[in-house]
Design a protein around this ligand. Structure first.
Ligand code: ACO
Length: 448
């Protein structure tokens, strides 16, 4: 089988959002902390009529319709999510409603969970299936869906919500470079959800940043050595057109790319020019630990990498800056942004992806892009996703309304026996929404 990978994609995020600038003022944070400090513009959130199940129903239905895929052609469906609605019943089983209607219950796969990494685990599984002897010739479908919400405090502005669906099969315009994969997994308590009565995580913000950057270094090291082994030459950032990162907030993405640049410097890559080399020389002797603590290194490397950040990373930042951290969907929403911004020039390009899930699990891998045949062409994927249209038709709600919604959702989390307002006035036609949770905790959805 040739070029197994992503044939088609669609993205959904709630049409309701809060502006970071107004949230900053409302929270009493210093001006610029969320917008410049974290680098975020806007944050999407689910109101009481939406959740990870409704968003997944919406995005899967939309993908099947827009690419004209018969639901009977799906042979595997996997969901990546860290939003717990049920400790046993997978989100995938709710999505089966779409397929049962068409008489297709022969669909492998369930949910994968480990913080923001579940989507990547689901994607790897699906691609491996399509490359294996168990493949039955049908499509795989991967869904990444999360509603990221934090308790009041410094982490709150780093929430977000979205669902992304990806159709998997051979001869894909976005194919995996299967040999080049670097992974790092370890046991840490940087961000976790031990309190099953709450939707909010326990988070050690500073530790999570360091864990993320250490994981990035190690994955890059493994990725580079695999590349060297199979290609017989050194890898450096000049070998990929774009670098796409899991994006909790944009500032961390800026730091991440600078870190890759610093790695290339340490590896003596020819991609680092003389001027940058001179500026970074003073940091060459730092131990690993010292290098994560050094503010000077952080600043200097960001500054010397800036021109490459603008070309190789900036095109991936649109949706994450506008929607916020979408957990499992964040990396793929960053990738969606590249497709949206650069769809006409991606043929033949390599895109490197970095996936991070606290706890922790992380991988670096890459895609090779080709224009593809309609409907599975890069330009059609970009037009189906309609990122600009979706962003522009959003409704900006006040911080007061956002906080009120968070409070209501705290009460609703794990609750039974309630009906929602069924207020769909802000939803676009075709969106699924939650209508009721009955006395047996069974959830009911309808479509606008
Ligand atoms: N104007 C401009 N910049 C400002 C201002 C201002 N008024 N005030 C602060 N800043 C800068 C800070 O200097 C800092 O930038 P720097 O890191 O380049 O120095 C940045 O804004 C953030 O400020 P901090 O004081 O470091 O922020 P705080 O500690 O309050 O919270 C954090 C940030 C830790 C990211 C928090 O939001 C959090 O815990 N989020 C959730 C965890 C997370 O997302 N981790 C990432 C990986 S794991 C995952 O994906 C869940």
């Amino acid at each position: 089988r040739k070029d197994v990978g992503i044939l088609a994609m669609d993205i959904y995020f709630p049409p309701t959002c809060v502006q970071q600038e107004s949230l900053e003022a409302y929270d009493g944070a210093s001006k610029g902390k969320y917008t410049i400090g974290l680098g975020q513009d806007c944050m999407a959130f689910c109101t009481e009529v939406e959740d990870v199940i409704s968003m997944s129903l919406t995005v899967v239905t939309s993908l099947l319709e827009k690419y004209n895929i018969d639901p009977r052609q799906i042979g595997r469906l996997e969901v990546g999510s860290e939003t717990v609605i049920d400790k046993s019943k997978s989100i995938k089983t709710w999505l089966m409603q779409i397929f049962e209607k068409c008489g297709n219950s022969d669909i492998e796969g369930v949910d994968s969970t480990n913080a923001c990494y579940g989507g990547t685990a689901a994607l790897f599984n699906c691609v491996n299936w399509a490359e294996s002897s168990s493949w039955d010739g049908r499509y795989g479908l991967v869904v990444c869906t999360d509603s990221a919400v934090y308790a009041e405090g410094p982490a709150r502005p780093t929430g977000g919500a979205a669902a992304i669906a990806m159709l998997i099969g051979p001869n894909a315009p976005i194919s995996f470079e299967g040999k080049f994969r670097g992974t790092h997994m370890a046991h840490v308590y940087d961000f976790y959800k031990p309190n099953l009565a709450s939707e909010y995580p326990v988070v050690d913000g500073k530790l999570s940043q360091t864990c993320y950057l250490m994981a990035l270094d190690l994955c890059y090291k493994h990725y580079c050595s695999k590349y060297e082994k199979f290609e017989g030459k050194q890898f450096s950032i000049s070998d990929a057109a774009y670098f796409v990162f899991h994006s909790p907030y944009n500032k961390l993405v800026q730091k991440s790319f600078a870190r890759l640049y610093f790695n290339d410097f340490l590896n003596n890559c020819s991609s680092i020019d003389k001027e940058a080399r001179e500026k970074l020389e003073q940091f060459a002797g730092l131990t690993g630990d010292e290098s994560y603590q050094s503010r000077e290194l952080e600043k200097t490397s960001q500054q010397v990498a800036k021109h490459l950040y603008d070309t190789k990373v900036q095109p991936s930042t649109l949706v994450p800056k506008q929607v916020g951290n979408m957990y499992t969907a964040s990396l793929y929403a960053a990738f969606v942004s590249v497709l949206h911004n650069k769809h006409s020039t991606l043929g033949g390009q390599r895109i490197v992806m970095f996936s991070y899930g606290s706890g922790l699990s992380s991988s670096m891998f890459s895609f090779k892009l080709q224009d593809g045949q309609h409907p599975f062409s890069i330009s059609n994927i970009a037009s189906v996703m309609n990122v600009t249209g979706k962003l522009e038709s959003r409704h900006v709600l006040s911080p007061e309304k956002f906080v009120e919604t968070m409070k209501l959702m705290e009460h609703r989390y794990g609750a039974k026996d309630f009906v929602t307002s069924k207020d769909t006035s802000l939803l676009t036609p075709g969106t699924f929404y939650l209508t009721e949770v009955d006395s047996m905790y069974r959830r009911y959805y309808a479509k606008k």
